[in-house]
Design a protein around this ligand. Structure first.
Ligand code: PAP
Length: 339
């Protein structure tokens, strides 16, 4: 079997195991939830107003129930395919830049997803009460990540003073990225959505952790109300001026770059280590599967702004433009569709 087949087999078996592990209480809850076929392997359930895959439901509830935030924690939050891997690498490198020597760069031996682990789809997958102090590469601050919408984050996060860095991306590139990702993980035994059908599902908000617009607006509003706790970034801005965004990130995290560091080019060095081109060529990012069976290499495709132009029809563009206008109207949030 090649990596893609091993990955699909692992995902199918993990999904089946996840469903078998539901106790009576969860089974009863699931039966009340609206259900849709997902884009690749796992079904989606509408839980607390967002679509959650069968694989994630149980660990998500453990995360919501048991996670105890520290004021010093940092959480990287994203909607899937909006630049999670990039933001994990940038936040890790910025926050911990004094903890490792330059020739011992952790990215050479671990993927960004291993260095900054997902709470609901990694840390809580095999254990409802994991020992969080032994899970992060470094402690104080601990660094985690999540795709969970703001409204459904554990109360302990919202009640604490921990910092959340959120990254979003224009919905056209997000859709194209998600489509390619789901394509690779397709379960051929099921009838799967075509590009048109997946686009229609996306516009109706039916994708893991969707609706997309509810997700971005949830974090957008929270960041407006609480700018010291939530930093709202955009993929397109990172692409346009990475040094400026990395400095803003460091400032927000309470670890601003010193003049000396700036003179020595530390900001540019971080930007380079975390760039798509550098990460994509590392061996560690080209072999093996993550905890839920996804090949590490599938997190690196093109890494561009505006790739949607190669895939969306004029009808799709018009529909999505109308949706963007309708959903974001009066929110103050805007997206750039190209640079
Ligand atoms: P997620 O599924 O964990 O949310 P995420 O990193 O958001 O992963 O999704 C991968 C996307 O980020 C891919 O976009 P694309 O399909 O449009 O190409 C991937 O190429 C892009 N990506 C990964 N690493 C980087 C990086 N260092 N810089 C810019 N884009 C990146």
């Amino acid at each position: 079997m090649d990596t893609a087949e091993i990955s699909k087999a692992k995902l199918v078996s993990l999904t089946q195991d996840a469903e078998k592990s539901w106790d009576d209480e969860l089974q009863q809850l699931v039966e009340t939830l609206p259900k849709e076929q997902g884009w690749s392997i796992s079904n989606l359930y509408l839980y607390q107003g967002f679509w959650c895959s069968a694989l994630t439901l149980k660990p998500l509830i453990s995360f919501q129930t048991h996670f105890q935030a520290f004021d010093s924690d940092v959480i990287v939050a994203t909607f899937p395919k909006c630049g999670t891997t990039w933001l994990k690498a940038l936040t890790f490198s910025t926050l911990y830049r004094d903890r490792f020597a330059r020739d011992e760069n952790p990215f050479l031996s671990s993927t960004p997803h291993q260095l900054v682990r997902f709470l609901e789809q990694d840390v809580y997958v095999n254990n409802p009460c994991p020992d969080l102090d032994n899970i992060c590469v470094y402690n104080k601050p601990r660094l985690f990540s999540t795709h969970v919408p703001y409204a459904s984050l554990p109360t302990s996060i919202k009640d604490s003073r921990c910092k959340i860095v959120y990254l979003c991306r224009n919905p056209m590139d997000m859709f194209v990225s998600l489509w390619h990702f789901a394509e690779k993980l397709r379960d051929e035994s099921k009838e799967l959505p075509s590009l048109d059908e997946a686009f229609d599902k996306s516009c109706r908000g039916i994708h893991a952790f969707g609706p997309f617009f509810d997700h971005v607006l949830g974090y957008w509003k929270a960041s407006q109300e609480n700018p010291d706790q939530i930093l709202f970034l955009k993929y397109e801005d990172l692409k346009e001026d990475i040094s400026c965004e990395v400095k803003q990130l460091a400032m927000f995290l309470g670890v601003p770059f010193t003049e000396d560091e700036e003179k020595q080019g530390v900001v540019e060095e971080i930007a380079k280590i975390c760039s798509f081109e550098e990460l994509k060529k590392l061996e560690v990012n080209n072999k093996g599967l993550d905890v839920i069976g996804i090949p590490h290499k599938d997190f690196f495709r093109k890494g561009k702004v505006g790739d949607w132009k190669n895939y969306l029809t004029p009808y799709m563009v018009e529909r999505l433009e109308k949706l963007i206008h309708q959903k974001l109207e009066s929110s103050g949030l805007t997206f750039r569709l190209s640079l």
